[in-house]
Design a protein around this ligand. Structure first.
Ligand code: GAL
Length: 676
């Protein structure tokens, strides 16, 4: 052997041994999965997103990454990965829910290397294999397949890399906005009396009437009214109007509030007719903070907090219990374990909610209204008792207990929908309806009619994530509001994807019929795992401005015992809330879309226009706005900055400009009114 040959042999042997030594299987679950962003829950190591064993169509896996659409996990491969493989699918924990559908995608340096196609609950796992030689960065994505994120529990089971050298690492996703400390824009309400809130209220003949005049200013305050129709009386200390109206009619009333510093008055319209919720419901719902750990005590404390915080003086009214009040199927918590219904079919209560009537009475005693939650299916989404086959009895029970609001969530109804006889399905509104739409409509029509039969006004809130274009028929089944999308969470992606995609339904919004882009995610939220909203202060101004422009139901989703000054300020700007509560009931649409800059316009009852200048980009944008004709504005206009509650210089739409700076992910919210 000559020496050159010997050297070559040694070298090649050593390369060979290095290769063998470095070839390695790296399991995805051994990397930092916390860098993933996802639409619901937290990234899970070796578990489904709901915390169970990873299971796809009955097959269990001990290793993998449990996530939820829309999910993105970014990795830097450090040059050595040769192959990625996994078994992917929807986790069985969603109980074959038809709303669940996802797409898995593997992106290598920006190009899709592997796609699963649409996968539904119950589909067997698909084998994913992608060759990675030369790839630098990898993205594992789960999309919602275009139908919203509900029930999209997605598993990357047995996910692993074969590497030659280097080790993949997960990387933190998008660049972050520079942190901005919460900043307060709105001055405190004056000590002199001011009557806030809606200036119209709808009630049905014979229904118990409860309306609390919301007024800010120093206490004590004395309330009075002129031209209150017979059957109603006003408590001068509390400002509560109660009683009942016998016949239909419209009444214009003058309301007065007086304290040691002065008196104020306001015209108020009472419309006794078929329609209720003439302005979008405003209040609180337990889900975004307490999730299943809600209890009667927590609900009563929320009602107390709504009063103590002063929010009651800005029109906030409903205290709504979401999922978690009846008994639960296979409950691990003794407090919600037990019979679901008694021998007569009545829903059985438990130690978490021992006295529904007492709770509703308590809420009413504060001048507030009470809301409840159920499903047309046998089980609610979290497996609590639903109303399937007990609809009439439940509607009567809710009325007997004294509830004023029902959120009715599709959940397990998907499993029984196709078993409903087709002759029950005809809606009769549009000739020969499509069978699938009928299935979507039927349970809501049923409950809508039953609620109408009760002797009290119960706001009917449809929760079925926008299926079958609910905005087109929600009003026909006596719905007052309906969700247009899947569930919101407290991220910019979730809030902005939902909020800036509402135009499709906008023309259906009107008094008594409201599109619902889901509840508010400001303050301490967390679905049982509390944390301050992850939205930046500017994103929160965007959220509230947009929801008010959209005439959305406003349901606070945070723990109201933990209000900070910023959140409270955000929720008590009466000029901003007045946009939401405007009696015309017109939903804003996007009238100018210049990429990152979106301008929303809402027509108001007094002839004014609200304008939201939104910036979807991360850098501040400076505008010299002069496209008034596109907004249908002419002449000289008064300009009011609604968050700051200050007047700016009038603008002449013929040749003037409106200079403004919109922060990244932020908003400037103005009201323009024709100058006389
Ligand atoms: C979802 C609904 C949420 C919440 C949750 C409770 O379907 O969209 O708002 O009610 O169910 O399980």
């Amino acid at each position: 052997m000559n020496s050159r040959f010997a050297l070559a042999l040694v070298l090649s042997l050593s390369i060979f041994t290095t290769r063998i030594a470095a070839a390695e299987t790296v399991w995805l679950d051994d990397l930092k999965l916390a860098s993933a962003t996802q639409g619901w829950g937290e990234p899970q190591k070796n578990k489904s997103v709901g915390g169970g064993t990873l299971t796809i169509a009955g097959k269990q896996f001990t290793r993998g990454f449990g996530t939820h659409s829309e999910s993105t996990l970014r990795l830097n491969l450090n040059g050595g990965a040769q192959e990625f493989s996994a078994s992917v699918g929807v986790d069985d924990e969603v109980n074959k829910n038809p709303a669940s559908s996802v797409k898995f995608i593997v992106l290598a340096d920006g190009n899709a290397l592997w796609r699963s196609g649409v996968m539904h609950a119950g589909n067997p796992a698909k084998d994913c294999k992608a060759t990675l030689t030369g790839v630098k960065s990898l993205v594992l994505e789960v999309s919602d397949a275009g139908d919203g994120i509900n029930y999209d529990h997605a598993d990357w089971a047995d996910a692993k890399f074969e590497t030659d050298a280097g080790r993949p690492v997960t990387v933190t996703p998008e660049p972050q906005l520079a942190p901005v400390a919460p900043y307060i824009l709105t001055p405190p309400a004056p000590a002199t009396p001011r009557i806030n809130g809606a200036n119209v209220f709808g009630v049905r003949p014979g229904s118990p009437f409860l309306f609390t005049i919301s007024a800010t200013g120093e206490r004590p305050m004395k309330f009075s009214a002129k031209n209150l129709p017979g059957g109603l009386k006003l408590d001068s200390k509390t400002g509560r109007i109660t009683g009942a109206l016998k016949t239909k009619g419209e009444f214009t009333v003058s309301l007065y509030a007086k304290n040691s510093l002065g008196t104020t008055d306001k015209k108020f319209r009472i419309v006794c007719g078929d329609q209720i919720a003439l302005t979008p419901p405003m209040g609180w719902n337990s889900w975004n903070c307490f999730a299943n750990s809600v209890s009667e005590d927590r609900v009563k404390r929320a009602a107390d907090a709504l009063v103590k915080s002063g929010l009651i003086n800005h029109g906030w009214t409903y205290i709504n219990v979401d999922a978690g009040w009846p008994n639960r199927r296979d409950s691990k918590d003794p407090a919600s374990r037990g019979e679901f219904r008694d021998a007569k079919g009545n829903i059985v209560l438990n130690s978490k909610f021992p006295d529904m009537k007492g709770m509703a009475d308590y809420i009413h005693s504060l001048g507030l209204k009470a809301g409840l939650y159920s499903s047309p299916g046998p089980w609610t989404c979290e497996d609590y008792t639903g109303s399937w086959k007990h609809e009439q009895q439940d509607a009567q029970t809710y009325a007997k207990w004294g509830f004023d609001y029902l959120k009715y969530d599709w959940c397990s109804y998907g499993n029984v929908a196709s078993g409903v006889a087709s002759n029950l399905m005809t809606v009769g509104s549009s000739g020969a309806p499509w069978k699938k739409d009928d299935e979507a409509i039927y349970p809501y029509r049923l409950m809508g009619n039953l609620l109408r039969d009760q002797n009290r006004d119960i706001v009917f809130s449809l929760c079925q994530y926008g299926m079958a274009d609910v905005w087109k028929w929600g009003g026909l089944v006596h719905g007052n509001c309906w969700r247009t999308t899947g569930d919101i969470i407290d991220t910019w992606k979730s809030m902005s994807d939902i909020g800036f995609n509402q135009d499709k339904a906008a023309s259906y919004s009107k008094p008594g019929n409201w599109n619902d882009p889901d509840m508010l995610v400001v303050g301490e939220v967390g679905w049982g795992k509390m944390h301050p909203s992850r939205l930046t202060p500017d994103e929160q101004y965007t959220h509230i401005s947009l929801w008010c422009l959209l005439s959305a139901p406003l349901l606070i989703g945070c723990d109201m015992e933990k209000f900070d000054d910023f959140t409270l300020n955000l929720l008590s700007n009466d000029e901003v809330l007045a946009l939401d509560q405007d009696a015309l009931g017109k939903e804003a649409t996007c009238v100018i879309n210049n990429g990152n800059v979106r301008i929303y316009e809402k027509e108001l009852e007094d002839g004014g226009r609200a304008l939201g200048f939104f910036n979807l980009g991360m850098e501040p944008v400076k505008l010299e706005f002069n496209e008034f004709a596109k907004l249908g504005l002419a002449g000289k206009q008064h300009v009011r900055d609604l968050w700051r509650q200050t007047n700016l210089a009038d603008v002449d739409t013929a040749n003037g400009v409106l200079p403004l700076t919109v922060p990244g992910h932020g908003v400037v919210l103005y009201k323009l009114t024709m100058a006389k």
